[in-house]
Design a binder for this molecule. Structure first.
Ligand code: M1P
Length: 246
């Protein structure tokens, strides 16, 4: 075990958004692991199923730590060691208030297309998508562009923050079509409690590091050395620069 951890966001950092990992990134992960200079980990908002879809066998091969849903579901060397539930945290009644508020808002907006699965309940968060998670890849890309102009998610986030102020929620726009809703403090920094005492240095790499993005808190946390990346290729370059100096 090394005393340095390279901790990666997944979408936009190790892979292109929602797409499977490419061979050149697999090759790099292999090289970095073989160097024995560093340990590797991932932290993402997605659940383990989606992370596995994207990272395929790499998820079992290269990473000492896998943090799904920001670490609400956490694995070390492929062993599950921590699970936390948002339903348990709020209790059924409060939980339904949050869900109903989202559904009410969603029923008031019109978009170029709306599909299905507007709300996905995960272990540690609620994922809400105005277009619906069952949209096609083409519809997903189109919504992402539409949202940049019309700020659908930003407006919904502002509404929910106002209506659900007493619930002390963090609402984070991470990927292309949805937002993640979870109790304050359950952002990606949640996972640091499990690793902060094990490593001298934790380098974090993410692409959504601006305020409101789901890498923001961990990027600027004092326990990490934050690196903003533009793409998986940029991640490779930035990691290489660090390893060259070790
Ligand atoms: O980039 C991480 C995000 O990836 C997905 O977002 P979307 O489907 O909107 O592109 C979701 O899994 C989201 O929870 C996650 O934060």
């Amino acid at each position: 075990m090394s005393n340095i951890l390279l901790l990666f966001d997944v979408d936009g950092t190790l892979t292109k958004p929602r797409l499977p990992i490419e061979q050149k990134m697999i090759d790099q992960l292999c090289t970095w692991k073989d160097s024995k200079k560093v340990d590797l980990g991932i932290v993402g908002g997605s659940d383990i199923g989606k992370q596995r879809e994207q990272l395929q066998d790499s998820i079992d091969t290269f990473f000492q730590y896998v943090f799904s849903e920001n670490g609400m579901v956490a694995y070390q060397n492929n062993q599950l060691f921590h699970e936390m539930s948002i339903v348990r945290h709020f209790g059924e009644s409060q939980f339904q208030e949050i869900i109903n508020c989202c559904l009410q808002y969603l029923s008031t907006i019109n978009l170029p297309v709306k599909r299905g699965t507007f709300i996905e309940i995960r272990k540690g968060m609620i994922n809400v998508s105005p277009i619906g998670r069952s949209c096609s890849q083409e519809e997903r890309n189109a919504f992402f562009e539409y949202d940049k102009i019309h700020h659908v998610r930003k407006k919904m986030k502002e509404y929910l923050e106002q209506m659900l102020n007493d619930f002390h929620l963090n609402i984070s726009i991470g990927g292309q079509i949805s937002m993640d809703i979870f109790p304050q403090g359950w952002d990606k920094t949640y996972c640091l409690q499990f690793i902060e005492s094990r490593y001298d240095k934790i380098y974090f790499f993410g692409d959504k590091t601006d305020p409101g993005g789901n890498d923001f808190e961990i990027f600027q946390d004092s326990r990490t050395i934050g690196h903003r990346v533009e793409s998986p290729d940029d991640t490779i370059q930035q990691v290489q620069n660090i390893l060259d100096q070790l």
